[in-house]
Design a protein around this ligand. Structure first.
Ligand code: DP6
Length: 357
């Protein structure tokens, strides 16, 4: 009877949006970055991946491990998914070796079922929530005593930005120095409750799959952009320090300036890549102008834009400025931009932690 049993665990992981961007790998195999990065984890109720991991000796061995993503079978043979499975199985196998009474879950085929409640691969950090949820679900299934920091080290090997989705609030991914990546992990800089009035709004300019994936885009940038070398040597270290200070002091004007400058710097290195990579489109640029108008009209900085590897804008603002920011965005974009009719606005709060309800 026991061998028919299906073991199961379900978890959710939230999306995070970087305000100092990760762009560049110094070791593509271990997914080690060329620079540290910092993000805000968004409320998982709004944007999250829900993943169930199960295993059973009754699952046919010849079918192997499997993943169903948004109802479609998805390939798990990729090196990054395999690296996550291998790391998690090794940790489970160590527990089983230490305690022979434990069921041998590490030897059973894994089945994963995952659902995003937002567009996949549209520059909405779907791989971040996806790998964070995958790693967390399997770790729960295997009852691993792993800390979020240790899980972040595993999730990083699935997708770099995923390591930051293991924490809530304001999260830094320290690039580390070790060749084996053992010190390239994420850590919380501040809990969401430290700055609870922070809000993020996403302008879904396009839900289409992005043209150049982050992985190949950043490889091309590392190989060809001179501006990129300046970014990792000088710009990012400065932005990391200024961003951590701004968060510590809840200084929105500084938070916003660093966020916008870092997004501009990242997209400038994309334009400096040869051949150039363009993630933003006309609607994205109109959103930048709209934010500038909003800030000029307010006479202070009330909104900050940032763009990942896609055209969608994420706009950070404080709760008290909702009317000035959201109202004006509707007005400006709604009046002038034809593409705006497809855009979606979502107001989001930073999430507290992975376990938040
Ligand atoms: C622009 O984490 O998707 O969103 O490690 O190759 O999977 P891989 O890349 P990924 O890159 C994210 C890039 C970014 C910036 C960021 O999230 O820091």
């Amino acid at each position: 009877m026991a061998e028919r049993r299906v073991y199961r665990a379900t978890t959710t992981a939230p999306v995070n949006i970087a305000v100092v961007k990760y762009w560049g790998k110094r070791d593509p195999k271990l997914n080690l970055p060329t620079n540290s990065s910092l993000s805000v984890t968004l409320s998982q109720a709004d944007l999250r991946t829900l993943t169930t991991a199960s295993c059973s000796a009754s699952y046919p061995a010849e079918e192997g491990d499997s993943l169903v993503l948004n109802g479609e079978p998805s390939d798990v043979s990729g090196a990054r998914t395999q690296a996550c499975f291998r790391e998690l199985r090794a940790r489970r196998a160590a527990l089983e070796a230490a305690d022979p009474s434990l069921p041998k879950l590490s030897t059973m085929p894994l089945r994963l079922v995952s659902e995003n409640n937002f567009p996949t691969a549209a520059g909405l950090a779907s791989s971040a929530a996806g790998f964070a949820a995958l790693v967390r679900a399997i770790a729960d299934l295997y009852e691993l005593p792993a800390s979020p920091s240790e899980l972040s080290l595993i999730a990083r090997q699935g997708s770099g930005s995923a390591c930051r989705s293991l924490f809530g609030g304001y999260v830094a991914w320290r690039m580390g120095e070790a060749a084996d990546g053992s010190d390239s992990t994420a850590e919380q800089v501040a809990d969401a409750s430290h700055w609870p009035d922070m809000r993020a709004l996403i302008l879904v300019v396009s839900a289409a799959k992005k043209g150049v994936s982050s992985t190949s885009g950043m490889q091309q940038t590392v190989a060809t952009s001179g501006l990129f070398r300046e970014r990792i040597a000088r710009v990012v270290p400065q932005n990391m320090a200024a961003m951590e200070k701004a968060i510590r002091e809840r200084d929105f004007a500084s938070f916003a300036e660093v966020t916008m400058r870092d997004s501009n710097s990242f997209h400038a290195t994309c334009a400096d890549t040869y051949p150039p990579i363009f993630y933003m489109n006309d609607v994205s640029r109109a959103a930048i102008r709209a934010v500038e108008q909003i800030n000029a009209a307010a006479g202070r900085t009330v909104a900050a834009y940032t763009f990942d590897a896609g055209p969608n804008a994420v706009i950070y603002y404080l709760e008290k400025d909702t009317e000035a920011v959201v109202g004006t965005l509707y007005h400006v974009l709604g009046g002038d931009i034809s593409g705006w009719k497809d855009a979606v606005v979502k107001g989001l709060k930073p999430s507290l932690s992975l376990d938040e309800g």
